[in-house]
Design a protein around this ligand. Sequence first.
Ligand SMILES: CC(C)(COP(=O)(O)OP(=O)(O)OC[C@H]1O[C@@H](n2cnc3c(N)ncnc32)[C@H](O)[C@@H]1OP(=O)(O)O)[C@@H](O)C(=O)NCCC(=O)NCCS
Length: 396
Amino acid sequence: MKIRTLDTGEHRAALDLFHDSLHQPPVADRDWSSLSESLEPGGVRGAFRDDRLIAMHQCVPSDIVVPGGELVPLSVQFRFAVRAGHTRRGVGTTLMTAALRATPEPLAVVRPSEGGVYGRFGFGVATRCRDLVIDRRRAVLAAEVPSGGDTYVPVPGEAAGLCGEVYGHTRSRPGSIGRRPWYEQLMDRDLSAAGLFPRIVVHTGSDGPDGIVRYSVRGTGGGATARTVLDVDEMHWRTPRAWLGLWRFLLGVELVDEIRLRSRPLDEPVEWLFTDPRVCRVTDVRDEVWLRTVDVLAALRARTYGDGGSVVMDVHDPVLPDNSGHYLVGADEVCRTREPAQLTLSVNSLAAIYLGGVRPSALAAAGGVVALDSTALSTADRLFRTDTEPWCGTYI
Ligand SMILES: CC(C)(COP(=O)(O)OP(=O)(O)OC[C@H]1O[C@@H](n2cnc3c(N)ncnc32)[C@H](O)[C@@H]1OP(=O)(O)O)[C@@H](O)C(=O)NCCC(=O)NCCS
């Protein structure tokens, strides 16, 4: 099997292979011009057997906010597929291993459609999210909820690119990644292919737009079970005032029975807005972003740590063995060390604790971290702790 970077002339065949692996038809001519932009030159790898393309893997360079606020170079990995008839024979493992070995960024992420694929490559669940349904007819805002600021609905011509622009202004949480310029166009295409008519509402603060929501309204069910649902597919905000302004707008949209929100941060205090918190139901909680520390030392040095002394961790990384070894981690110093380890963990567990999404002691209870010293777990909890839940909020 041969692995190499594909030329742009080979991108369409690779995308067809990817679509086929998801049981979708080949790319239609009318869609190719918008989709081709998303296959960035130099970012698509293929595996060949007897000169036939049998697998693809794509990555794009980006950045990610880590605890402390630093923007760290990131490889976003996606469109990973092996041609039907060639799966489960090691092709995917060979291709992904080659891609990780060639990744120059210290961190990589995937947003997998299957949860069982990426653990073996050293990725771990670093952010999680939840889906909400609001019973809009029963939802009454509590008296103490502040007013929020001004919102406006841009005319269609003004709306192009606005989600990405405002998203860019609101990025502060650990886990938020840089958005590609072509992403919005793909989202618009998918929404209109699904027959939806998306609307955008912008919140303006003292220094311009600081919040945005995009939603579509659709009917579900029929007869006595007919419901009108307002589906929020994007909502980003920088200040609580912007968040409140957007919520007041959404709750005021007429003729709506339910408001549904997908993939929201775990600590967004929606249920606290209402006199009856049960009008807000959590319908799902799941993994959002899987992270990989491609260069463990650089990744550990990029984030800040809470006060709490230091800890020596023995990290195991069978896929990128140069990462394996002992690391001293403290608020003042992060380095490789020969000191005896106090904690041992896989590179997957390191990814899970890295953005603050789970405490080392919680992972230890599940076996993901092993403590060799009685105080090390509480020290690690203090070091890796963050004030907000990590969350990404975009795909690419
Ligand atoms: C997922 C995929 C890229 C893996 O490539 P592959 O060549 O089949 O994988 P490998 O043969 O190298 O197998 C690696 C391991 O992953 C496992 N695996 C493969 N696909 C899996 C899946 N969907 N869920 C769970 N495990 C999976 C294999 O069983 C194997 O496990 P083992 O090492 O314990 O035996 C390929 O199966 C594929 O294209 N599937 C359809 C599209 C898809 O699901 N893409 C991933 C989007 S997240």
